[in-house]
Design a binder for this molecule. Structure first.
Ligand SMILES: [Zn+2]
Length: 503
């Protein structure tokens, strides 16, 4: 089998345009040719696709794959250029048996609210109706029936942290023979819910229960896939919200019934998804008392999660740590990471052992706090290169650029890791790179909403979430969803949903 693989993957936080401006092609890591093949062995969607294709003897024809960190709305001209290149690549690859796209589900372009439906339609236009067209998706996608209608099969991850990206990549390739042979005649129903969910791990809780309900539904011989999409609430589009997407073999009524049943469970349990918002001060006080009984305790600043489109340089939590003198209360405490390439470069220029005057973080906007000013001792310098070990991204090479471990206030002060790449923390590797063995530390403070759990759940004595002002705050009600095609719970607590009357 000959399979074209490519895609454009972006989780668009439309509220982040004020912070970053529009996202342009230059913000995307664009892989072509061998660049795609180098994802072999990585625990990502495309890593899984290669593994399955290699095992079955399929040929993958690489097309453009563009991936950017979550950020603001994509500039129209940049999207046009990337989409044109991808479509030209698919055209050049013909004849193929199938096209596989790696997409997110919450991509938004200037003047185009549904990137995925648009991109898939463009590909469909050049391959015609008889070539398989399938994709992988992130469960944070805001899914539309328009996407489902143009694609033969959409497989979203079931897990958050997304530890099953690789498995979904495998599955989408293994589905192709069934499609191409005509054994499967997939029909997909998208059951949209008027529901905006805060970040919700599937490592337990209601999201874990509903993941289990989806997997149970898949035991029916005619249910090809059942996925609960949490949706991405930090996007102002008509179709923002959670959904349940079910694909069956030629049975639209079954797809509708299964999706409605799971969606009803989601709706009935919506109160269980409410998250506790702790201020930095309260979260840190709790962490200090737990750390006294045994660490490492992990505190995550969910409101500044670069993996949801934030600047990664919020200073609210770090400032609270400094003001409460946490380094005097907890012996081994580290804050990692804060994104500030200027300070990282300044430290590299000064060298190990120097003490420098810094204005750290808080450089993108007012929402995420003001820069922290003071002296800092340069403890460790690194090139920021490491390989992830988390089950979510194991094997992926990371190049975060000049990275430094500072000690705030002077030698022996609070340890802070400063990077030149805007990213959430996934696992222990960035700490190890800077000489910190997290197992032996009492308190680890990091920026991430849920993905860090894949790397830290096994070692943390407790995880405590801090929610300061930020573009990924748990308090979704602060965002103005003026484009939504109806009321959304919990922004509008009186929102009703009684099944899928219109679909
Ligand atoms: Zn996601």
């Amino acid at each position: 089998m000959r399979i074209a693989v490519g895609g454009i993957e972006h989780e668009t936080n439309t509220f982040a345009v004020d912070t970053f401006g529009l996202t342009t092609a230059a913000d995307f890591i664009q892989r072509r040719g061998d660049g795609l093949a180098r994802l072999r062995g990585v625990r990502s969607y495309i890593g899984g696709m290669y593994a399955a294709a290699d095992a079955a003897g399929h040929e993958i024809v690489p097309c453009l794959f563009a991936l950017a960190q979550p950020s603001g709305t994509i500039e129209a001209a940049s999207y046009e250029a990337m989409a044109d290149e991808l479509v030209a690549d698919v055209k050049a690859a013909l004849p193929v048996d199938a096209v596989v796209l790696d997409m997110h589900g919450a991509g938004v372009v200037e003047g185009l609210a549904d990137l995925e439906a648009d991109l898939a339609s463009r590909v469909r236009a050049v391959i015609g109706p008889n070539v398989g067209l399938v994709c992988t998706l992130d469960l944070h996608g805001n899914i539309t029936q328009a996407m489902a209608d143009v694609l033969d099969l959409m497989l979203g991850v079931h897990e958050y942290p997304h530890v099953d990206m690789y498995e979904r990549g495998v599955e989408v390739i293994e589905a192709l023979p069934h499609l191409v042979d005509g054994e499967w005649q997939p029909v997909t129903h998208v059951e949209r819910l008027p529901l905006l969910l805060p970040t919700s791990t599937t490592f337990g809780g209601p999201a874990g229960d509903i993941r289990d309900a989806c997997l149970a539904a898949e035991s029916h011989p005619d249910v090809i896939d059942c996925t609960f999409f949490h949706g991405f609430p930090y996007t102002d589009v008509p179709h923002v919200g959670a959904s349940v997407v079910v694909t069956t073999n030629a049975d639209p009524d079954l797809a509708r019934r299964v999706a409605a049943a799971v969606a009803t469970t989601v709706w009935d349990r919506r109160d269980d998804f409410r998250a506790e918002s702790l201020t930095p001060e309260i979260a840190l006080r709790r962490a200090v008392s737990v750390a006294a009984r045994g660490g490492p305790v992990v505190v995550n600043e969910t409101s500044d999660n670069p993996g949801g489109g934030t600047p990664g340089d919020a200073t609210h939590l770090l400032r609270a740590m400094i003001e409460m003198g946490i380094a005097d209360e907890v012996e081994r405490v580290v804050f990692g990471c804060i994104y500030d390439p200027a300070v990282a470069t300044q430290a590299h220029d000064a060298g190990v052992g120097a003490t420098i005057e810094v204005r750290l973080g808080g450089k993108h906007d007012d929402l995420h706090g003001a820069p922290i000013e003071g002296s800092a001792y340069v403890k460790t310098l690194t090139d920021g290169e490491f390989v992830f070990s988390s089950p979510m991204l194991a094997g992926a090479r990371s190049r975060w650029g000049p990275t430094v471990r500072l000690q705030m206030g002077g030698a022996g002060g609070l340890d802070v890791i400063v990077t030149s790449w805007r990213s959430q923390v996934f696992d222990r590797e960035i700490f190890e790179l800077c000489g910190i063995d997290v197992d032996r530390w009492d308190l680890i403070v990091l920026k991430s909403s849920q993905h860090f759990r894949a790397g830290f759940a096994d070692i943390a004595s407790e995880i405590i979430t801090a929610d300061s002002p930020g573009l990924t705050t748990l308090d979704i009600t602060v965002f103005d969803h003026t484009s939504a095609d109806g009321p959304r719970w919990p922004v509008d607590p009186g929102t009703h949903w009684t099944g899928s009357p219109s679909q």
